[in-house]
Design a protein around this ligand. Sequence first.
Ligand SMILES: [Zn+2]
Length: 107
Amino acid sequence: MLKLIRAPNLMLAQHWVNLLEMAGIGCELHNRYLQGALGEIPVDQCGPEIWLSDERDEALARRLLDNARRGPARGAVLWHCGQCGEMLEPQFTVCWQCGTARDPLAG
Ligand SMILES: [Zn+2]
C-alpha cells in the first residue's frame, strides 16, 4: 500500500477514488471518519487519505488527479501556502492544512 494523497474533504476524496477506479487503479479511502475529531488529532493526521493498492500505479494515479484538479479551473494556478508550503487549488482562499489565509501578493 502506498499513500497517494490527502484530500481536503471527503467529497473530493470520494471523487478522486472514483476517477482512479474508473482507470482501473486499485485504491482505498482511509481516515474517512476522522473529520469530526478535529481538535483532538493534529490537523496533518486528519482528513481522508487515498492509498494505492499497488505503488506501481503511482505515476498514473498522480497524473489522473492532476488532470482532475486542473480540469474545472482552467487557467487558474495552484498556490503554495506561505506558512506550511502546502500546494493549494485556486478556489481555496485559506490553507486547509494550517488555516493560513492566502497571501494575495504571493504566487
Ligand atoms: Zn498552510
